[in-house]
Design a protein around this ligand. Structure first.
Ligand code: SF4
Length: 134
């Protein structure tokens, strides 16, 4: 059994816990960190169950592109090229405020900062929001 100290990816509180992995490396559970100044040995229900999504068969691990109404697996290169082309097409036709950017609490602060910078400084829109506000 292995224990790996890490930060909860679900929200900005930043609770710490140990992910428990079995001999095969499969993550099987969570133990809160008593020493961490935020969580102090406690977690909310999301933190206690965070290990469940790692090996979920429903987890998306590759990009999907909708073709003729059906989602098809794609490479990251294909998905990023298609996204960039569509964004450019919409912005050229309707202007930068025709698109919006929606970020995630599962990203790091640095990733969210870059995402906001990209929306505001590169695309030129303030249409940006975050799932933590829902
Ligand atoms: S355990 Fe709950 S409160 Fe703590 S970071 Fe995770 S989601 Fe947020």
């Amino acid at each position: 059994m292995n224990e790996v100290l890490t930060t909860c990816p679900y929200c900005g509180c930043g609770c710490n816990f140990y992910l428990i992995a079995d001999r095969d490396g499969e993550i099987t559970g969570v133990i809160p960190s008593r020493e961490h100044p935020v969580s102090q040995g406690k977690l909310c229900v999301k933190g206690w169950n965070v290990h469940e999504f790692v090996n979920s068969p429903d987890r998306l691990s590759r990009p999907l592109i909708k073709e003729s109404g059906t989602l098809q697996e794609a490479t990251w290169d294909e998905a990023l090229k298609k996204t960039a082309a569509k964004l450019q097409e919409i912005i050229k036709k309707y202007g930068p405020d025709a698109v919006g950017f929606f970020s995630s609490a599962k990203c790091t602060n640095e990733e969210n900062f870059l995402f906001a910078k990209f929306a505001r400084a590169v695309v030129g829109t303030n249409n940006i929001d975050h799932c933590a506000r829902l």
